[in-house]
Ligand binder design. Structure first.
Ligand code: ADE
Length: 243
């Protein structure tokens, strides 16, 4: 996977990506990150990339041409036209399924806006997907781009170690994850659920599945409607008495 990020704040992207698992994956050559500073494509002698909005109103708008040129500088060196993801609270809300779809791509271009937005004409010209990371407004698209790159990267082969497998994650099958415990067995008077110490693999698996079902029912009933439930799961849920 090759990520290209068009941004006015390349340091923010590099700093955010460099650490932890994504940084390790770059070092291993499993992915690459290239940032493109939109300001380098300013068509203004003062290096500006924003201007007043036509029709008036608050704030500034990022001009079309620098964004277009920044994007072309990436596309022109690639063998095919990659998806161009514009980070915007008006986009489709990102989820695990989208992460899985994006992980199939060879290259992804992220376009990060600032100020009051980007001239609509260049968005019409270059953007293939407008993506939001949730119903709130951030100061720019850099954090959303980092969020999406992180979620996509951990699905790529070799990025997680086997014991960090993405297969059993929350949302993998529209169920939240079961609770986890580690040593010590007693912590400030709180005991690890005894079943986890039983060594009985099948019982542990069943307990974990039930915990997932309980959590999802309690915290995210909307997900439960879309989960692939077995007969046994349905029976377990049907037998629960509401408190
Ligand atoms: N830019 C500003 N807010 C955003 C959000 N919630 N998602 C994606 N991009 C954004």
């Amino acid at each position: 996977m090759k990520y290209y990020v068009l941004t006015l704040f390349p340091d923010m992207i590099r700093d955010g990506f460099q650490t932890s698992i994504t940084g390790r994956a770059v070092e291993k050559g499993l992915l690459s990150l290239e940032t493109v500073n939109i300001r380098d494509f300013s068509v203004n002698k003062h290096n500006r990339v924003d201007d007043y909005p036509y029709g008036g109103g608050a704030g500034m708008v990022m001009q079309a041409e620098p964004v277009y040129l920044a994007c072309q500088s990436v596309i022109s060196k690639l063998p095919r036209n990659p998806r161009v993801l514009y980070m915007s609270p008006q986009g489709q809300v990102f989820n695990q399924q989208m992460a899985g779809e994006l992980a199939q791509e060879e290259e992804l271009i992220f376009l990060c806006g600032h100020y009051e937005g980007i001239d609509e004409r260049v968005l019409e010209e270059i953007v293939t997907d407008e993506v939001s990371i949730g119903d709130y407004v951030l100061t720019g698209g850099e954090l959303p781009a980092l969020v999406i790159m992180d979620a996509v990267s951990r699905l790529l082969d070799g990025v997680l170690h086997n014991d960090e497998s993405a297969e059993f994650d929350s949302f993998h099958d529209n169920l939240l994850e079961y609770p986890q415990y580690s040593r010590p067995e007693q912590w400030r008077g709180k005991q690890v659920p005894p079943i986890l110490l039983s060594g009985h693999h099948a019982n542990v698996e069943r307990w974990r599945r039930e915990q997932s079902l309980l959590r999802t029912r309690e915290r995210r009933p909307d997900l439960l409607e879309r989960a692939a439930l077995t007969k046994e799961d349905k029976k377990f849920l049907a037998n629960l008495t509401d408190l």
